[in-house]
Design a protein. Structure first.
Length: 101
């Protein structure tokens, strides 16, 4: 992911995404740079309208929860009802304290 993030950072700063700029960003961030991955990234981004790709990804991400809501409602209706036991607040805090003890 750091390779993609470096390309996005370079793009947003108004610079050209090249092997040299990607390598410089990754090196500045303290990453070991794989030259083959950098070359593949730059080649894959050649001719891509990054702004359009970002806007399409943002639209798809916003639409996904709306599409998942009916499926979640159907799953909730089909799930068996499990009765919860009545626990006091003190019991809950005692259980939480066991995590740190």
């Amino acid at each position: 992911m750091e390779y993609i993030y470096s390309a996005l950072l370079i793009y947003k700063s108004g610079n050209t995404i090249t092997e040299e700029t990607v390598t410089a960003v990754l090196t500045a961030a303290g990453n070991d740079v794989d030259a083959a991955r950098v070359k593949a990234l730059v080649a894959a981004l050649e001719g891509i309208d990054i702004e359009e790709a970002i806007s399409k990804a943002a639209f798809a991400a916003a639409a996904a929860p709306a599409a998942a809501a009916p499926a979640a409602a159907a799953a909730a209706e089909a799930a068996p009802v499990v009765e919860e036991e009545d626990h006091s607040e003190e019991e809950g805090m005692a259980g939480l304290g066991a995590l740190f003890g």
